[in-house]
Design a protein around this ligand. Structure first.
Ligand SMILES: [Cu+2]
Length: 214
């Protein structure tokens, strides 16, 4: 009788542990998007600009991959470097899990007058984010892209506003919408990560990219 009770207790405990484990693993595998998911995914707006090597690049060239698109400029004092550095961290994580062939990070200029391909090349080196695609072009071409992606861009003169001695930061700054869009393999706009890190983190970006890759 004693032995029977012990056996029962062991069996009950084992079942409880197994059930708990199944429940836990079920919870862990249920991952959700951390960015804002579009309820009706639309076809991404396609465009052609010039990359940091001077080549013509269309966004649709990357169809079949997950595309992360953001809007930046190289003279940005703080926000853009934070966005690119966070994206670079995400890229490093994706590299570790062997997913970089299936992902592309695209940065479109909000200051095409100063963001030449060469300027982008140097900036990407300084930020250690040379794997990304930096796109610029004529004001007309680039501003059409802002419009289609809902990016607000406004030049603000800094005449006398900045201390001298740092020539490249004088002149003007550009106010712009900070956002990262994720486009899926079918070239559909799916996820919006709004704001500047820490509003979203590289972990959020990796999580959502992994989910889109399926
Ligand atoms: Cu900026």
């Amino acid at each position: 009788m004693g032995r029977y009770l012990v056996l029962m207790a062991v069996v009950i405990a084992a079942v409880a542990v197994a059930a708990g484990y199944i429940y836990m693993s079920g919870m862990l595998s249920e991952r959700t998007f951390r960015g804002q998911e579009l309820t009706t995914p639309l076809q991404a707006y396609d465009f052609t600009l010039i990359d940091q090597y001077g080549n013509k690049v269309s966004l649709s060239d990357f169809r079949g991959k997950v595309i992360a698109v953001s809007f930046v400029y190289t003279h940005c004092p703080d926000i853009c470097p934070r966005i690119v550095l966070e994206m670079a961290k995400a890229y490093t994580e994706l590299e570790k899990i062997g997913l970089t062939d299936e992902v592309v990070f695209v940065l479109v200029s909000v200051d095409p007058e100063r963001d030449t391909p060469e300027q982008f090349r140097e900036w990407s080196k300084a930020l250690n984010a040379e794997e990304f695609v930096y796109l610029t072009g004529s004001y007309e071409d680039v501003s059409r892209v802002w419009k289609n992606y809902g990016i607000y861009v406004e030049k603000q003169n800094m005449t006398g506003g900045m201390p001298s001695g740092h020539g490249e930061h004088t002149g003007y700054i550009v106010s712009h919408t900070p956002v990262v869009y994720l486009i899926d393999r079918d070239f559909k706009m799916r996820i919006i990560l709004a704001g500047v890190p820490p509003d979203w983190s590289y972990q959020d970006l990796v999580n959502d990219i992994e989910l889109l890759l399926g």
